[in-house]
Ligand binder design. Sequence first.
Ligand code: DP6
Length: 322
Amino acid sequence: MNSATAVSPANIAFIKFWGKTDSNQNIPYNDSMSMNLSGCLTTTTVEFDPRLDDDRIVINKFEASGSGKQRVVRILDIVRREAGMGLKAKVESANNFPTASGIASSAAAFSALAMAASTAAGLTLSKRELSRLARLGSGSACRSIFDGFVYWKGGKDDRTSYAYQLAPVTHWDLWDIVAVVAKESKKASSTQGHSVATSSPYFRQRQRGLPLRIKQMKEAMLKKDFPKFGRLLEEEAVDLHVMAMTSRPPIFYWNSGTMEVMKKIREWREEGKEAYFTMDAGANVHVICRAKDEAEINQRLGRIAGIESTIVNKPGRGTWLI
Ligand code: DP6
């Protein structure tokens, strides 16, 4: 068998990865925590083919070239080396969420690629090995390999930096409604953001507070203490963006839609409708609520003028083969 297809979810970071100690191996300054998104999936097929004289990478029906292609070829090269073979591959990848939804999902893409490429090459990797391979494509991809709620132990080098499961999909009925307020792709990629992270005067300060925040967030998650979890979630999201806005050069991801959703969520809480916000490196807001409130909150989001659409997610399983 020279061909394999894998499906993998995007994930939302509850504790954020921001800043790399090694940008070649994607080793983060700090541990991070996330939940997989059941509704944001990438499907990737890799076929090693003796008739090809170069790798062909097709993403959402467009042929990739330049640095986008190189990032994928790097993973293929590692797999070829491990498998002791030299065949070129065709890689075809597509997202189930609208391409122009502003959800750039390198996490879903590189976790699916890691599993599809290694399987197509005849390798049998453990989940930890898959997590490390996915990480080399995009840091946050290492978390999408595992089901449900996931922790990435930052480690200090390639061997010690990988993710593992904290709790299964069924652990907690947390939903993530993505409020899409910007469809265009962001101006500064997260890779660029990582490279300037330490220039923010708030970087060190956040690092100092993180061990306690991580401990408290893990506890709140395992005990399903939603108010405590939500407070920590929002503090962490704001910290990420404060760092981005104060780095040199500064990066502003929020737009007026982002601000409007944050304001509404705080108002709804005062009325007793409990939801919390977080954002990754982009303007779109991930609205985290309990299953019982999902329909009502989704409806309320639909009435906010700046929102173009919403994507509803439950805790999702990790990468799988089809
Ligand atoms: C803000 O994993 O996309 O979403 O390794 O350069 O591809 P690269 O970065 P990436 O960074 C994710 C940043 C974040 C936080 C997170 O997901 O932890």
